[in-house]
Structures are given as structure tokens and as C-alpha cells.
Design a protein around this ligand. Structure first.
Ligand SMILES: [Zn+2]
Ligand SMILES: [Zn+2]
Length: 190
């Protein structure tokens, strides 16, 4: 994996454009129910502003996940605006991140280089939807019989909403289990 680096001394001559195009797996982006099979792409322009280095741009990546209502596999394009500010502080050995109310990330650099990849990763993760949907008005699964209401209608009465889960077909219960975040142990098994 090649880690994109920005050489701070070069920024004194003018802005530098970082073109990002690398497999998402290099960034370890997969979290919970989101997987990233493709590449992270985009560009970020870095420039010096007095003693700070500012990076602005946008990155994109496709993520695969499941609709929270009907459990259908979906692919979503994530676009993350990038707004990074690096403050020079030679006393800091480890980089520290603070996110302010406008979610600008302030980072510190202590050396000759800035390695923004982990900050870019954070900005992609911030953009992940909490309730991904296949379509905005997805009708979801019938809580009684489990049919996908986008594809079929059923005669179940909504009064049966409190029916015991045993009444439901096991296939959709398995699907529900599958979308829960897998435990560490489950991941090792798979
Ligand atoms: Zn859906
Ligand atoms: Zn039903």
C-alpha cells in the first residue's frame, strides 16, 4: 500500500493537489454492515496558510450494505467533503484529532510530511448513513409474515403486530440476524 504523503516544504512553492485512487481495503474501511469493495477516489488540494496546512476537496467510494427496512442488498455512493486543517506543533509526537461543531478536523503535524489517509478515512465514515434505505419510501418487511412489502402485498392485519415471533417465517428472522453487527467471534468464523 502506498500512503499518500504531502511534503510540507513543497507547499511553500504553492498548492499541491493530491489525487486519491486506491483500493478501499488499504484503508480498512469496512465497518459493521458496510463493505467497500471498490476504490476510494477524489482529490484534495493542500496549501499553506501561514503556519497551517489546509486540505480541501472531496473523496468518493461505493459501499455495500443492506436496507434497514427490507434487508435488500444495496450499493450507495458515499461522497465526503474534505476539510482538513493541520497545525504545526513540533512538540507533538502523535497526531491528535479534534472535531469541532462544523466537523472540521484539526490535526497536528510535527515533521516534514503530512499523511492524511487516516483523516480521510474518518471523513468517509462520518458520511455513512445511519439508516440506509433501498428507496426513500421502502415499505419494509411485513412484521407478521415477513414478505417484502415492496414486492408483494399480504393480508396480515396490523392488529397482529404483537404476534409472537414464532409465528413468523424463519427465513426473515435469519435475515434480521444477518444484519446485526457481527461479533468479533462471528467474524473470525466467517
Ligand atoms: Zn428497502
Ligand atoms: Zn404479512
Amino acid at each position: 500500500m502506498t500512503v499518500p504523503k504531502i511534503e510540507v516544504s513543497i507547499l511553500r512553492e504553492g498548492p499541491v493537489t493530491l489525487r486519491v485512487d486506491q483500493p478501499c481495503r488499504d484503508l480498512d474501511l469496512d465497518v459493521n454492515d458496510f463493505s467497500f469493495p471498490g476504490n476510494l477516489t477524489g482529490q484534495i488540494v493542500f496549501q499553506l496558510a501561514q503556519e497551517e496546512v489546509i486540505g480541501r476537496g472531496e473523496v468518493r467510494a461505493s459501499t455495500r450494505t443492506k436496507c434497514v427496512r427490507c434487508l435488500k442488498e444495496i450499493e450507495i455512493e458515499i461522497r465526503a467533503p474534505i476539510e482538513l486543517v493541520y497545525v504545526h506543533d513540533p512538540s507533538l509526537l502523535e497526531s491528535e484529532i479534534q472535531v469541532d461543531a462544523e466537523s472540521h478536523v484539526y490535526n497536528y503535524f510535527n515533521g516534514e510530511f503530512i499523511e492524511p489517509i487516516h483523516d480521510i478515512r474518518e471523513m468517509i465514515l462520518i458520511e455513512l448513513p445511519t439508516n440506509p434505505l433501498c428507496v426513500e419510501n421502502c415499505l419494509g418487511l411485513c412484521p407478521v409474515c415477513g414478505v417484502n412489502r415492496n414486492e408483494k402485498s399480504c393480508d396480515c392485519s396490523t392488529k397482529q403486530l404483537d404476534a409472537k415471533p414464532e409465528d413468523a417465517s424463519s427465513s426473515w428472522k435469519d435475515q434480521l440476524r444477518a444484519i446485526r453487527p457481527a461479533s468479533e467471534e462471528d467474524r473470525k468464523k466467517s
